[in-house]
Design a protein around this ligand. Structure first.
Ligand code: GLV
Ligand code: MN
Ligand code: MN
Length: 416
């Protein structure tokens, strides 16, 4: 079968989606359940319907678009990603997996292919932690990693719960029904930009992801004592921001200290109360993101950060509280799906290498209920989560080509 990707159409779709943004181009900001998110969802559903796919949404807004196979009762083959974008992001993170997945299906349709197993495109709700503080909300619920009651109680920065916000966005069913039944997917493949520099540096077209690093995130709340920045003398101050500064540097030092390239620690949020130039900070909240391909090493780093918080608290006379948001295991790809990806690359004559994903993805959670693998395409300078994120139409097209051929082979009914 000849598979021809319509690069111009796909590129047009990516540009059209990027216009649904709360930030000025080229930046994209599309927070889950915002007006722009709703518009992007509507546009995608329309395109899925045009492709003849049967669409449905669950109670948290995960969207499923199914190309029904000739053996529709068999577990399906899934692909997809997310379209929410962190503040001031680019247009490719997640989007390439959704629109690329759709174009892969359209290309197979054009090529006259008929799948035995259904092929299902998924647009996950809130892969990004921007609004509710935890990433991969939709896939956590689909896989049963997060309980419906814990999800319902999550709050956004305005103090609105997910329960309220999702209903306001028009998703009113029960969260209990989001979890997928056993054996829902026989195989899952997600196409994504690499978000790192390796493929570009080595001049290789595609990355076959063998494992996804284990992510963890936690909140640190530091309570000190506020007061007048002029009247209060320096000795004996209990400045929460000074304690936070020591804590932030400790996260960097401890993450670097493992000596492993795969350990990464980031403090991405620092909220200072009351936030006035002439007032000693009395309270600081930090959000910390910690990842490693080796979960045991990551957990050791976590314990060391905790111990350092206790030391900083004692030496500065402030209270430091650490709350875990998520501590997830790494995900391993399925040898069977990696073999299908390898065969597709070889068939298409496209260069590839295996690699790990240091970013997390919805595939990390789908891995708990189905065999998965991921396919990476290069992105310029390895840049992501920035407005200048870029992958060329040719690079994207090569990824979609291999994705399409892989979906075709995985959808053969004899594959277990
Ligand atoms: C996903 O966006 C991640 O932060 O890895
Ligand atoms: Mn992202
Ligand atoms: Mn992503």
């Amino acid at each position: 079968m000849i598979i021809e990707i319509d690069q111009n159409r796909l590129n047009g779709d990516i540009e059209a989606l990027a216009a649904f943004s709360d930030a000025e181009a080229p930046a994209v900001t599309r927070v889950v359940f915002s007006e722009q998110d709703a518009k992007a969802r509507a546009c995608l559903k329309e395109r899925c319907r045009e492709a003849g796919l049967a669409t449905r949404e669950d109670a948290v807004g995960n969207t499923f678009a199914r190309w029904v196979g000739t053996s529709a009762a068999l577990p399906a083959v899934g692909t997809g990603s997310h379209v929410d974008a962190i503040p001031h992001a680019g247009k490719y993170d997640g989007v390439v997996g959704v629109l690329g997945g759709l174009e892969a299906i359209r290309a197979l349709q054009r090529g006259g292919f008929r799948p035995e197993r259904s092929i299902e495109l998924v647009i996950f709700t809130s892969e990004e932690p921007t609004r509710f503080g935890i990433g991969c909300l939709g896939s956590r619920l689909m896989s049963g990693t997060l309980t419906p009651s814990a999800a319902a109680a999550l709050q956004d920065p305005e103090g609105d719960t997910l329960e309220v916000v999702r209903k306001r966005a028009g998703f009113s069913g029960s969260l209990n029904e989001v979890r997928l039944p056993e054996n829902y997917y026989s195989a899952w493949v997600e196409l994504h930009i690499e978000q790192g520099p390796i493929l570009e540096r080595e001049g290789i077209s595609l990355g076959l992801v063998t494992s996804i690093a284990a992510p963890a995130s936690f909140r640190i709340t530091i309570e000190g004592e506020g007061g007048h920045a002029g009247g209060r003398l320096m000795p004996g101050r209990r400045d929460a921001l000074c304690a936070a500064a020591e804590t932030i540097l400790a996260v960097e030092r401890i993450a670097l200290g493992t000596g492993a390239i795969d350990t990464v620690g980031t403090v991405g949020i620092c909220q200072v109360h009351p936030g006035a130039v002439n007032s000693i900070p009395s309270r600081v909240q930090l959000a910390v993101d910690l990842r490693d391909t080796d979960a045991a090493r990551r957990d050791k780093v976590l314990r060391e950060i905790e111990a350092t918080c206790n030391e900083v608290g004692a030496s500065r006379g402030v209270s430091i509280k650490l709350e875990t948001i998520n501590v997830d295991p790494p995900a391993q790809s399925s040898p069977r799906i990696l073999a299908a990806l390898t065969a597709a690359c070889e068939h298409e004559g496209i260069t590839f290498r295996t690699m790990v994903s240091r970013a997390y993805h919805d595939s990390s959670f789908i891995a708990q209920i189905a065999p998965i693998a991921m396919l990476f395409i290069p992105c310029r300078d390895g840049v992501s989560h920035r407005p200048d994120e870029y992958s060329s139409p040719e690079e994207i097209s090569r990824g979609v080509q291999v994705l399409a051929r892989t979906l075709a082979s995985l959808s053969a009914g004899r594959e277990s």
